[in-house]
Design a protein around this ligand. Structure first.
Ligand code: UFG
Length: 336
């Protein structure tokens, strides 16, 4: 058992990881400013886990608050999610992204160093592989960025690598997520994007609930089996489990790692629409529109390193992802 600080622990991936860590027997403390999380998440986490949640409302850029948490909570390790994550928005507001994502990480690292806590799992993204079309991307693929968001993730990874290289007491887990989707099996927590989602699965979910009319498929002339974009969708509960394994490995071995968290399986936009249609019980309407600027044809993980280093293997299928998403969003509608 360890005591873990989850920054951004009330958000989509953070809240699922909270439950994974609690299930694995850890004590978890959440720090979240709730800019992109619902106020009732802590209460829902308590309902699911049957235990009260310790939550600090505040910002990862607030050094005094971080110092207080480390002084009060005897933290052994940190999982750092708190960050801005919309690629398009980052192009409009690069300074906000650099301030929150890079500044937030640096503030956290300084507070950790001062408190003598030197174990951190960092929420990174396949976006660090840039504009690549290679099949099943390995971790040693060169990093490059195509957006300020990508820049902040590469900068964060690099800062962590430098810290770990300079001081062997630091243990750093860098987790590069592919496309996390789906919701918790309880259907009490899940992704809750704003009005018009940018990402495919939450957009489809809103078509399934009737909030949006039809899905726009961004291009059907890619070099893929059906012409639509292919991605490596990973169930958020599998992803959460990857964080538990990463943290356990860091605490057991003290060895840093950087791994992909994906399934290694590519699904096209039309595959996802079909699977979601089956999950919600009706054929969801869609139309083919122009390609979205900046999209590439296919992004899938080579998942071998996560298996070798962490023993991680994604368990859930695309059907599981769609069914859990539908259970979550349809439950939300029913409760309105
Ligand atoms: N797509 C549509 N219609 C939509 C939305 C998306 O056809 O309304 C297509 C896209 O063109 C793409 C696929 O669905 O082929 C997936 O798109 P998403 O927007 O869901 O996800 P991306 O792969 O573009 O980006 C995601 C995250 C990024 C992260 C990246 C890592 O949003 O933060 O994965 O690979 F950097």
């Amino acid at each position: 058992m360890a005591r873990i600080l989850l920054t951004g622990g009330a958000g989509y991936i953070g809240s699922h990881t909270y439950l994974g860590l609690v299930e694995a027997g850890h004590e978890v403390v959440i720090l979240d400013n709730f800019t992109n999380a619902r106020d009732d998440v802590p209460e829902r986490l308590e309902r699911i886990s049957g235990r009260p949640a310790t939550v600090y409302r505040g910002d990862v850029l607030d050094r005094a608050l971080l110092d207080r948490i480390f002084a009060d909570q005897a933290i052994d390790g940190v999982v750092h999610f708190a960050a801005l994550k919309a690629v398009g928005e980052s192009v409009q507001k690069p300074l906000d992204y650099i301030h929150t994502n890079v500044g937030g990480l640096l503030t956290l690292l300084a507070a950790m160093e001062a408190a003598g806590v030197r174990c951190i799992v960092f929420s990174s993204s396949a976006t660090v592989y840039g504009d690549t079309d290679i099949q099943r991307i390995p971790e040693d693929h060169p990093r490059s960025h195509t957006s300020p968001y990508g820049y902040t993730k590469i900068t964060g990874e690099t800062a962590l690598e430098q810290v770990a290289a300079a001081d062997a007491r630091w243990a750093v887990g860098i987790l590069r997520y592919f496309n996390p989707v789906g919701a918790h099996r309880s259907a009490l927590i899940g992704e809750d994007p704003g009005d018009i989602p940018n990402n495919l699965m939450p957009y489809i979910a809103k078509v399934a609930t009737g909030e949006l009319r039809r899905i726009n498929v961004f291009g059907d002339d890619y070099n893929t089996p059906d012409g639509t974009g292919v991605r490596d969708y990973i169930h958020v509960e599998d992803l959460a489990h990857g964080h538990v394994l990463s943290l356990n490995a860091l605490m057991e071995t003290g060895e840093s790692h950087a791994v992909n968290l994906g399934t290694g399986i590519g699904s096209s936009v039309l595959d996802v629409i079909r699977a979601y249609s089956a999950a919600c019980g009706r054929d969801l309407p869609y139309r083919i529109v122009a390609r979205r600027q900046g999209d590439v044809s296919s992004v899938t993980a080579l998942p071998d390193k996560a298996r070798a280093v962490l023993g991680f293997e994604a368990q859930k299928t695309l059907d599981d992802m769609c069914r859990s998403s539908w259970a979550w969003v349809s439950g939300q509608i029913a409760n309105r």
